[in-house]
Design a protein around this ligand. Sequence first.
Ligand SMILES: [Zn+2]
Length: 184
Amino acid sequence: MAGVCSLCHPKTEEIVREAHYWRIIANQDQNLLGKCFIALNRHEEDLFHLRQPELDELWSLAAKVREALRELFQADHFNFAFLGNNDRHLHMHAVPRYRGTRFFAGLVFDDKAWGHHYDLIPRRVPPEVAAQLVAAMKEKLAPLLAKPEKRRAIGKSEKPKGRLKKAAKPKAKRSTKGPKKRRR
Ligand SMILES: [Zn+2]
């Protein structure tokens, strides 16, 4: 199983980043500029067998990938997907989507299916362009990954929100009622 699995042994030149539990890998198919996926380091096929620390890291990496591709290529939207049709080894696709034309390394990139499911016609770019892309993503991701987690910081500060202050009872109202009259 793991012996024939390509995602257990990804090509070094396609690896954008090695994290603790996952690797960010650039797609060979670059029909959408910056298309990549985040593959689990260990061989696992069931999405619901992921452990909490793995899930946490995946979420964090996906957010950083999105940020990096927004900064690098001004991606307008993202499709995140677990498909597992060709490779059962768990990986999440991060597919940037573009409203308009983009240019990289002298090549033109168009999102021909903007607003719909992304085009499945593969596009291999020359190895030197692929290498340039991996280098650009590495460079952009490094400082983002070094930054402390935004999401967690917000979560912490929100926690002690606690109870709302009780509104003070208007005293005036009580006084207008006056003391209960006794029956005679
Ligand atoms: Zn595998």
